[in-house]
Design a protein around this ligand. Structure first.
Ligand code: SAH
Length: 338
């Protein structure tokens, strides 16, 4: 097991179990997250015997960056994991800080028809350490701190729930990466039971729901998950989440030309969202390498936006990053495999 898979609490229990003091966990965390050592040998305050024990029980392998593409304010990284699988992360420079979009699985089983990531079925979940080390490896490379994390890369985070939760623990822990909850965003296509489960954890992170259609007929066609958890159930779960956590939710809505971007859909969307403590993030579609969908023209994006805005619903249009470097999730990896 990778030592970065362990939460602080896991590590405290580990040390207690081997008759060591609990504070050893904080010492190890400080080596991992503050001093950022790359080997156990560098942990010089643990003593020789304990060091040998740690080396026997854990590894400290970091995924390797095998490819990098840079644009003005966005960089994309392709990682090789220790079983030779590949994942990617996208780094974005904003005026408020630096955000990293990380992957949560190798491949994805959700099968959304417009998405490049779903072209390849899920091979496996990423471990907690593989999610954390995307951040740490890139921070090492750019020699800067990443301020915001979005779990919006390849994969469905709620289909990898336990590792996601441990990831959030370590990313958020002041002795871990110390990234504030409100700087962490998790995006889901709408796995309803997991939304309830997540509500009970009462995290103050941001939850984003990939909506993309305002009625079941259309959403069934775009996102197979809707046949399992249709809109009524999804909205009910989101209401519950808002009530339990007191957090505003984001609905992501990709605009696909002549598919879901008409006046009819805008009005249906208003009706669906009105009254919820939520806002809508309209996403200009990033046209992939091999898709039939077209990006909605700016003029029509603004029309769609205006209809929603007039109804006093909070709505924004997502800034586009990196369409020159295949930065939409899955695109770099799928290019490599072609
Ligand atoms: N499985 C999760 C997280 C990964 S997808 C989810 O569905 O939310 C992250 C977001 O990117 C989703 O809203 C997804 O629908 C969107 N997306 C996928 N392909 C895209 C593309 N080509 N252009 C713009 N957004 C895209």
């Amino acid at each position: 097991m990778n030592i970065y898979d362990m939460t602080l609490e896991n590590l405290e229990n580990y040390f207690l179990n081997i008759n060591e003091k609990k504070y050893r966990a904080s010492q190890v965390f400080s080596w991992l997250y503050e001093k950022r050592v790359k080997s156990f040998e560098e942990m010089t305050n643990l003593g020789k015997e304990l060091l040998e024990r740690l080396k026997k029980d854990f590894n400290i392998y970091t995924p390797i960056i095998v490819k990098e593409e840079n644009d003005k304010d966005v960089s994309k990284y392709l990682f090789k994991l220790n079983d030779e699988e590949h994942i990617e992360s996208v780094l974005m420079y904003h005026n408020y800080g630096i955000s990293l979009c990380i992957s949560s699985q190798v491949g994805c089983n959700m099968g959304c028809v417009f998405c490049e990531s779903g072209k390849r079925k899920k091979i496996r979940n990423l471990t907690t350490s593989e999610m954390l080390l995307q951040i740490i490896a890139i921070e090492r490379k750019i020699n800067k701190r990443i301020s915001h994390i979005v779990v919006m890369g390849i994969g469905e985070p709620f289909d990898n729930f336990d590792n996601l939760v441990n990831f959030i623990e370590n990313a958020n822990n002041p002795k871990g990466l110390n990234i504030g909850s409100r700087h962490i965003t998790v995006s889901t296509c709408g796995i309803v039971p997991k939304i309830y489960e997540f509500s009970h954890l009462k995290y103050q992170v941001n939850l984003a729901i990939s909506l993309h259609a305002p009625n079941n007929e259309l959403r069934d066609k775009l996102m197979p998950i809707n046949k399992v958890y249709p809109l009524e159930e999804l909205i009910k779960a989101v209401k519950y989440y808002i009530e339990k956590t007191n957090r505003r939710v984001t609905f992501e809505y990709i605009l696909l030309s002549e598919i879901n971007d008409g006046e009819k859909e805008a009005r249906e969307l208003v009706k669906l969202i009105k009254g919820l403590n939520a806002y809508i993030n309209l996403i200009p579609y990033n046209q992939g390498n091999s898709n039939n969908f077209k990006r909605t023209k700016n003029e029509n994006i603004m029309k769609f936006y205006d209809i929603i805005k007039k109804e006093k619903i909070n709505v924004t249009v997502r800034r586009e990053f990196g369409s020159n470097i295949s930065a939409a999730c899955g695109q770099l990896r799928s290019k490599k495999e072609e």
